[in-house]
Design a binder for this molecule. Sequence first.
Ligand SMILES: Nc1ncnc2c1ncn2[C@@H]1O[C@H](COP(=O)(O)OP(=O)(O)OP(=O)(O)O)[C@@H](O)[C@H]1O
Ligand SMILES: [Mg+2]
Length: 366
Amino acid sequence: MPTEKSESSVVLDALNAPQAEAVAHVDGPMIVFAGAGSGKTRVITYRIANLVASHGVPPYRILAVTFTNKAAGEMRERLDKILGPSVTRELWIGTFHAVCVRLIRRYHESIGIGQNFVIYDDSDQKALMKRVLDDLNLDERRIAPQKVLARISREKQEARGPEDMSLDRWDDEIIQRCFKAYQQRLRDSNAVDFSDLLLYVLRFLERDNDDDAKQLRSRFSHVLVDEFQDVNLVQYRLVSAFSSSTNNICVVGDDDQSIYRWRGADIRMIRGFTRDYPDAVMVKLEQNYRSSKNVVGAALGVIRCATGRTPKELWTGNPEGEQVQVVHCANERDEAAFVVETVKQHIAAGTSPREIAVFYRVHAQS
Ligand SMILES: Nc1ncnc2c1ncn2[C@@H]1O[C@H](COP(=O)(O)OP(=O)(O)OP(=O)(O)O)[C@@H](O)[C@H]1O
Ligand SMILES: [Mg+2]
């Protein structure tokens, strides 16, 4: 596996032609549509550097959203090297949740929540839902708290509150009552769950005649979104609203890599983007820098049959590398034994365990 090159302090070096085009673009909407390991995150990082260094955009007016805190940290680290820490400190780089927490603290009065609000995690939510069921005299064995919470989370990802739920199934009305009571109890404790963090900011942002909301809508002059294939509807509306005053929105993504369907991510968002922003500049990145020719070829072979994907090519200048092996095992135990044996062999041959990854389909298999 090629090692990560250190970023130099010059903004436009070490980019191939389409990457440089995406980085040099300044105003208006843009979508970078690209395969795995083709430098999407590098484009976002360099684009931020270019906006600040070459176009004088104030760093505090740039918002970059990543999918994990780790990715945000890495982006910040690289920008530190290019722009220096005093500039990087002012950039807004973070996950949707981290950015929304900061904004709620800042606009908590207009949003209508106490400044010292608490964020409920999964176990807090479950405990709260048990109390709600108890309040409503519902039997936990008949209405599972987890099931109600999962439904509430799905509704919230589509920006729906209890009043907006569709009531089709036999238990929908019960769930709606739980949803209402759950929100009331959260409010009573000055608490929010993870979905609320985003929804509170979205509802505030989308208020028409509110000066604070108007101010927040024009707070950022440039909005950049990494891993755009994984955004859900609420997140999409958030970035649209944040960029509504300038239309300077740049998203990068790969519909072949959508992994968050289960939490409301929707690859229709990528296609929707070109509909909502018809004048968006599209850049495709097709050179992979991370993997050997054999790995890239095998990955393409698997994904090519996927229905409904937008065709895109992927090639690499890297060496052929070793052949990809497909191994059939009799069962899970056999499979585990094979993995253990292979890992042992690699370690004996001098490979560091840090360089070995094992993937599995479901946690039960781990
Ligand atoms: N023009 C380039 N020259 C040399 N190396 C590059 C170039 N572009 C990207 N790389 C390297 O390729 C690797 C992948 O880049 P990056 O993480 O930006 O890709 P990505 O498309 O975001 O990947 P993923 O699909 O995993 O999100 C990194 O090690 C990066 O430094
Ligand atoms: Mg990336």
